[in-house]
Design a protein around this ligand. Structure first.
Ligand code: AMP
Length: 395
C-alpha cells in the first residue's frame, strides 16, 4: 500500500505484503546472502524487506522503527553492498546517539560485511583520541560516530567528507533529545547535498520531521508497526507498590524467575541504580550497574558480563535504554516509571526482541500513577495491574 502524506512523503507501509519476501528477493549479492545465512537469519524483517531495496536504489529513507525490528541491518546491508569493491575512502557516515550504539552498529558492519575488507571505525567520547585518530588518518570506508566526538575530529582535520556518499542518522529522536541538533547541523553542513541520506527514528515528533525535511531529498517513509506501538511479544504488568518497598518487591519477583533469565532493570537516577545493585547483592544476586558515572571500561565489562550470562541482572539508567543490542532479555523491570511515555516503549524494546517473548514489569508508586496513565494512552493499551499481597499500596 502506498499513499501520499502531506509534504510529498511517500508512505510504503507494506508490512503484510513483505511477509513472504526472502533475502534473495531483495537483490543482494552472493557474499551478502552468505553472511546473512551465517548470521542465522532465515528471512528479512519487515523493515529490512521494505528499506533494503529502496536504499539499494539510492533513495533517501525515513525509517520509523524502534530497536528490535532489525533496523540496524536495514541500513548496514545496503551500505555494504554499495561500498563493496569501491576505493578506500570515507564514503559512509553513521551518526548515533550513544557509544554503545556506535559499537553495536560497528559490530553489525563486521557481521554482515565479513570478507569485504571494508574498514569501519567507531568514534565516540569517553575514551582517548589516539586510537581513533590513527584509524581515521589511516583511511576508513565507514565511520560510525557520536556527534560530539566527531566534531572534535573534524576540528582536528582528522576526517574529510569530500567523498561521502551515504549519511545515516540513526535514532534521530534520541539524538535530538540529547541536545545534539547543533552538532548534527555542523556535521551535515560539511557533506555535499548529493549524498544518500537515511534517517531512522522510533518516533516522529515535529523536531525529527523538521530534520527530515531539511536533510532528506524526496524520502520514502518506511514504517514498521504503529507509531509508538510497544513490542507485541511482550507481556506488560504494572505493580502498584509504595516507593520504599520497591527493592523488596524486586527481590520477591525475582524468586519466580528462572536461573537462565536475564533481567534489565531501569532506574531514574544513577544513585538509584547503585542502590538497587547493592540491595540485590545483599540478597545474593549478581548484578551490575550501567550508567554515565561508570567508566567506559566498566560499562563495556558490565555489558559483556550480562551478555555472556555471567550476571543475570543489569541495572541501568536511561543511557542503556535505546539501541543496545542485548538479545534474549527475558524481563525488563521499570523500577521507576519512565518520565516520558516514549521512553517506556524504548525500554520495553529491550525485551521481546526479534520475536522472542518477554515480560515487562513496571513498579508504580502513588506519585507515578498519572505517568502510567499517560503511557497507556500513548501505547494504546491498558496495562494489567497486579497486586502482590503484602506489597501493594494498602500495606
Ligand atoms: P536492531 O533492531 O537493529 O537492534 O536488531 C535487533 C536484533 O535482531 C539484532 O539482534 C539483530 O541481530 C537481529 N536481526 C536483525 N535482522 C534479523 C533477521 N532478518 N532475522 C533474525 N534476526 C535479525
Amino acid at each position: 500500500m502506498t499513499r501520499k502524506q502531506p509534504g510529498a512523503l511517500t508512505l510504503a507501509q507494506a508490512e503484510a505484503s513483505t511477509s513472504d519476501i526472502t533475502f534473495k528477493d531483495l537483490g543482494l549479492s552472493p557474499p551478502m546472502l552468505a553472511s546473512l545465512d551465517a548470521a542465522g537469519y532465515t528471512k528479512p524483517t519487515p523493515i529490512q524487506a521494505q528499506a533494503v531495496p529502496l536504499a539499494l536504489k539510492g533513495r533517501d529513507i525515513m525509517g520509523l522503527a524502534q530497536t528490535g525490528t532489525g533496523k540496524t541491518a536495514a541500513f548496514t546491508i545496503p551500505i555494504i553492498e554499495r561500498l563493496m569493491g569501491g576505493p578506500a575512502r570515507t564514503r559512509a557516515l553513521i551518526l548515533t546517539p550513544t557509544r554503545e550504539l556506535c559499537q553495536q552498529v560497528e559490530e553489525s558492519f563486521r557481521k554482515y560485511g565479513t570478507g569485504t575488507g571494508l574498514h569501519v571505525v567507531s568514534v565516540y567520547g569517553g575514551v582517548g583520541y589516539d586510537v581513533q585518530t590513527t584509524a581515521l588518518r589511516g583511511g576508513v570506508d565507514v565511520i560510525v560516530a557520536t556527534p560530539g566526538r566527531l566534531i572534535d575530529h573534524l576540528e582536528k582535520q582528522n576526517v574529510v567528507f569530500d567523498e561521502l556518499e551515504v549519511l545515516v542518522l540513526d535514532e534521530a529522536d534520541r539524538m535530538l533529545d540529547m541536545g545534539f541538533a547543533p552538532q548534527i547541523n555542523r556535521i551535515v553542513a560539511q557533506i555535499h547535498p548529493y549524498r544518500q541520506t537515511l534517517l531512522f527514528s522510533a518516533t516522529m515528533p515535529p523536531e525529527v520531521e523538521a530534520l527530515a525535511r531539511k536533510y532528506l531529498r524526496k524520502p520514502v517513509v518506511v514504517q514498521v508497526g504503529r507509531r509508538s506501538a510497544a513490542a507485541t511479544t511482550v507481556r506488560h504488568y504494572v505493580y502498584p507498590v509504595p516507593k520504599h518497598r520497591k527493592a523488596e518487591l524486586l527481590t520477591h519477583l525475582l524468586q519466580a524467575t528462572k536461573p537462565e533469565d536475564s533481567i534489565l532493570v531501569f532506574t531514574r537516577t544513577k544513585h538509584g541504580a547503585d542502590k538497587v545493585v547493592r540491595h540485590l547483592e545483599e540478597q545474593g544476586y549478581s548484578a551490575d550497574a550501567l550508567h554515565a558515572d561508570k567508566t567506559q571500561a566498566q560499562r563495556e565489562q558490565a555489558l559483556a558480563r550480562f551478555k555472556a550470562g555471567q550476571t543475570r541482572l543489569l541495572v541501568a539508567t536511561d543511557i542503556a535504554q535505546r539501541g543496545l543490542d542485548i538479545s534474549g532479555i527475558s524481563h525488563v523491570v521499570n523500577y521507576d516509571v519512565p518520565q516520558q511515555a516514549e521512553d517506556y516503549v524504548h525500554r520495553i524494546g529491550r525485551t521481546g526482541r526479534a520475536a522472542k517473548e518477554g515480560d515487562a514489569f513496571t513498579f508504580m508508586c502513588a506519585d507515578e500513577i498519572g505517568m502510567v496513565r499517560t503511557i497507556e494512552r500513548v501505547i494504546g493499551q491498558e496495562i494489567p495491574r497486579i497486586s502482590v499481597a503484602g506489597y501493594d499500596f494498602g500495606t
